[in-house]
Design a protein around this ligand. Structure first.
Ligand code: 5GP
Length: 347
C-alpha cells in the first residue's frame, strides 16, 4: 500500500456535485437521455474555469432528484474512506429537487440537506471499524443567489447546526456577483457560531474584492491563486488557513504549472520538534475529485513530488490541516488522536 494512500488525510474543500463518481454520472446521464455528459467524459478535463462551470451545468442536469443527492453523499463518503481520509467537510449548494424522477413537485431546501445527511448516515451504518468523520458546509452561489437567497441559506444552516452543518461557503462563478451582497448574511452566520470559508482570488483583477474579504477575516480561504503583492502580505499576516487544490488549479489554468503553484509561497517545511505557528496552514484539497479525476491521495502525491516533501513532512502537512477544521476543540483532539494511531499502525 502506498504512503499517500495510508497517510491519514483531512479533506476540507470538496464540492458534493463536483465529486460525483464518473460511473454514477454516466449512469444518471443515460437514464435521463443526456449526451453532453458522455461528451464531457470523452474529453474529461476542463481547460479553463469557465469550462469547469459548463461541467457543473452538465452534472446538475444529471443529478436531478433528492435520491441522487443521497447517493452522491453516500458514495463520496465511501470514496473518501477508501482513500484514507479520516475527516472531511463536504460543501454543497442546496437546491430544490423532487424526491424522485416520478415525483411531481420539487422539495424544499431542508429536504436537500436531509438527503445529504441520509447519505452520510447510510455510510455510517454500513461501515465497520474506524469511520471517517463527516461534516457539512452549505454554499452560497455568488452567480445564482441574491442577497436574500443567501440569508435563507444561512437560516437553513442554522436549522441544521446541531446535525452536522458547521459552516458556510461562498462559491460559484467568480466572474459574477458582488462580495458586498453576501457579506451581511455571512456576518450573521458568524454571529450564530457558523464558520466561514470564502473562494477568493480565483480570477485576475479582483484585488479590491480580495482586500474586502481579508478585512472580513473568514475562518478559511479557498484557492487564492491571483493575489496582489499587498494582499499577499496581508493574507500571510492574517493567519487565515488556505485550501489549496493543485490539480483543479492546473487543469483550469489558474496556475501555469505545478512547480509554480502558490503552495510554494505559503508552505514552509516544519521542523518536527519545533512547530512554528506563524506559517500559513495549507489545506491540501481536491475541489471536485470527479471533474478533475484526482482523489486526495493523488493531491498529496503531487505535492510531495513537486515540492520534494518526505514522508514525515507530508504527515505534518496533513496533520496541520486539523488546525483549520470547523470542529470544536474537543472533537479536534479525537481526530488528532485518530491520525496518530493510524500512523503508529504503520510503524
Ligand atoms: P454543488 O454545490 O452543486 O454540490 O457542487 C458544484 C458547485 O460548486 C458548482 O456549481 C459551483 O457553484 C461550485 N464550485 C465547484 N468548484 C468550484 C470552483 O473551483 N470554484 C468556484 N468558485 N466554485 C466551484
Amino acid at each position: 500500500d502506498e504512503f499517500v494512500h495510508r497517510l491519514p488525510k483531512i479533506e476540507l474543500h470538496a464540492h458534493l456535485n463536483g465529486s460525483i463518481r464518473r460511473s454514477t454520472l454516466c449512469e444518471l446521464a443515460a437514464a435521463r437521455g443526456i449526451d453532453a455528459a458522455a461528451a464531457m467524459l470523452d474529453s474529461p478535463t476542463p481547460q479553463t474555469l469557465s469550462e469547469a462551470f459548463d461541467v457543473f451545468r452538465v452534472i446538475h442536469a444529471c443529478v436531478t432528484t433528492l435520491e441522487d443527492i443521497e447517493r452522491l453523499a453516500y458514495e463520496l463518503a465511501l470514496d473518501l474512506d477508501d482513500d484514507g481520509v479520516v475527516y472531511a467537510e463536504i460543501r454543497t449548494t442546496p437546491r430544490a429537487l423532487p424526491a424522485s424522477l416520478a415525483a411531481q413537485n420539487a422539495g424544499t431546501l431542508d429536504e436537500y440537506v436531509e438527503a445529504v445527511l441520509r447519505g452520510f448516515a447510510r455510510y455510517d451504518s454500513k461501515q465497520e471499524g474506524d469511520k471517517a468523520g463527516l461534516r457539512l458546509i452549505l454554499s452560497i452561489d455568488r452567480a445564482k443567489h441574491t442577497a436574500s437567497d443567501a440569508e435563507a441559506i444561512v437560516d437553513l444552516a442554522l436549522r441544521f447546526q446541531t446535525r452536522g452543518v458547521v459552516g458556510m461557503d461562498l462559491s460559484g462563478d467568480p466572474t459574477k456577483g458582488e462580495w458586498a451582497a453576501f457579506e451581511p448574511a455571512l456576518q450573521r452566520a458568524r454571529l450564530h457560531g457558523l464558520k466561514i470559508t470564502l473562494h477568493a482570488g480565483e480570477v485576475r483583477g479582483r484585488d479590491d474584492e480580495m482586500a474586502a474579504m481579508l478585512a472580513f477575516h473568514p475562518d478559511r480561504f479557498g484557492h487564492c491563486c491571483f493575489v496582489s503583492a499587498p494582499n499577499l502580505a496581508l493574507l500571510k499576516q492574517s493567519g487565515v488557513p488556505i485550501e489549496l487544490c493543485l490539480t483543479s488549479n492546473l487543469l483550469s489554468n489558474s496556475t501555469p504549472s505545478l512547480e509554480r503553484h502558490h503552495f510554494r509561497d505559503h508552505y514552509t517545511h516544519v521542523d518536527s520538534h519545533a512547530e512554528q505557528e506563524e506559517r500559513t496552514v495549507c489545506c491540501i484539497s481536491t475541489d471536485d475529485s470527479g471533474v478533475f479525476n484526482s482523489p486526495l491521495s493523488n493531491e498529496f502525491r503531487l505535492v510531495m513530488q513537486t515540492f520534494a516533501l518526505d514522508e514525515e513532512q507530508a504527515f505534518h502537512l496533513a496533520r496541520r490541516t486539523l488546525q483549520a477544521t470547523f470542529l470544536t476543540p474537543s472533537a479536534h483532539n479525537s481526530t488528532n488522536e485518530a491520525m496518530n494511531q493510524l500512523m503508529r499502525k504503520d510503524d
